[in-house]
Write a protein that binds this ligand. Structure first.
Ligand code: UT7
Length: 317
């Protein structure tokens, strides 16, 4: 059996923080942010939460797919920014949606989380454990960044994206997932819940931007080639490459290295910034709702982030 995406949804906070407004908060400017990242504005939670955005994105995905909440038998929320740790965010979303028959858990693989959740769902479906899976990536990064640190706060935003998968006869494409804990220091955030807690910069997202950038521009083209090779496919067979929306220059670099026109690499990071594990499903939902993706087209997803971690998936729409 294979899980086929039959619906997508997303939800972003109402409040918008543009580069001009951000320039009044930290030593930066619109021109630098646009030039170095491509980000123009980001949506920031006020009354929303990681769970409320996740639930709304999930509700919209179910509606789009014509799936009832009671039909969902597995609900995975990919997040590292939930305001609530116990119960997991997925159980809170279950409650909101009335997905009473779902087994629920959270998954944290940072910005690669949605991809890892997608692979997990495919494995459960292939094993015959589940038939209908709701996958959600939801993040409130604005709670985690140091608003004095211009190396990180300019980049991130809040939001959620979701996809619902239905089992159907067939074989899933081969998954590609990688992690390298030895390189983990490049992107960290410590929990405040530790014995020796004294407020410090460790409590916020800390990133060696150049190191992560270098890792991403190397690994993204590599993992794209790897997933295609494993599935005996070629670059030319892919209609759209939906990459984690971290930085416009990373997406452009991947397109250049692969020799593929940038028009095959949709982007929405200018509007939302880097929303970590929400970025891929958020873009997938926009691309779906705008009618850009047609049945039969082939989509490749690729993500990377803290861990360090990276991965890719390919499927037919
Ligand atoms: O999703 C998780 C994965 N994360 C990522 O993918 C992030 C990957 N990294 C990046 O996107 C980029 O490294 C950043 C956008 C974070 C930074 O861009 P950069 O081109 O790597 O800048 P840099 O850190 O090399 O800094 C270049 C210069 C420095 O000044 P000097 O030393 O050349 O005089 C910085 O002090 O730009 C300065 N700078 C800034 N200036 C204005 C750094 N941040 C800012 C800023 N505004 N916000």
């Amino acid at each position: 059996m294979v899980g086929k995406i039959c619906g997508t949804g997303s939800c972003v906070p109402e409040h918008i923080l543009d580069n001009e407004a951000l320039s009044g908060m930290v030593d930066t400017n619109d021109a630098w942010i646009r030039e170095r990242t491509g980000v123009v504005r980001r949506h920031i939670i006020e009354k929303e939460t990681t769970v409320s955005m996740a639930a709304e994105a999930g509700r919209r995905a179910l509606e789009d797919g014509g799936v009832l909440p009671e039909e969902v038998d597995l609900l995975i929320v990919s997040t590292f920014t939930s305001e609530i740790l116990l119960p997991c965010a997925a159980c809170e979303v279950q409650k909101e949606l009335g997905a009473v028959h779902a087994a629920c858990f959270d998954l944290n693989a940072a910005c690669t989380g949605f991809l890892f959740a997608y692979h997990t769902a495919q494995a459960y479906i292939a094993a015959g454990i589940c038939k209908t899976v709701l996958l959600i990536g939801s993040e409130s990064l604005s709670n985690m960044v140091n608003w004095q640190d211009r190396g990180t706060c300019i980049l991130f935003g809040d939001g959620a994206g979701a996809a619902v998968l239905r089992a159907q006869p067939g074989t899933p494409q081969i998954a590609v997932m990688h992690s390298d804990g030895n390189a983990g220091d490049a992107l960290t955030m410590y929990s405040r819940h530790r014995k020796d807690w004294v407020e410090s910069e460790k409590d916020y997202i800390r990133m060696d931007g150049r190191a992560v950038f270098g890792f991403a521009v190397k690994k993204v083209p590599e993992v794209i080639r790897e997933v295609l090779e494993k599935n005996k496919m070629t670059l030319e067979e892919i209609d759209y490459f939906i990459l984690h929306q971290a930085n416009r220059r990373i997406v452009e670099s991947a397109a250049r290295h692969l020799g593929i026109g940038i028009e095959k690499f949709p982007m929405n990071l200018q509007e939302y910034g880097n929303t970590s594990s929400a970025s891929i499903p958020l873009l997938l939902d926009e691309w779906n709702r705008s009618g850009n993706v047609k049945p039969g087209q082939t989509i490749l997803l690729a993500g990377f982030g803290a861990g360090l971690s990276w991965g890719a998936a390919v499927f037919t729409w």
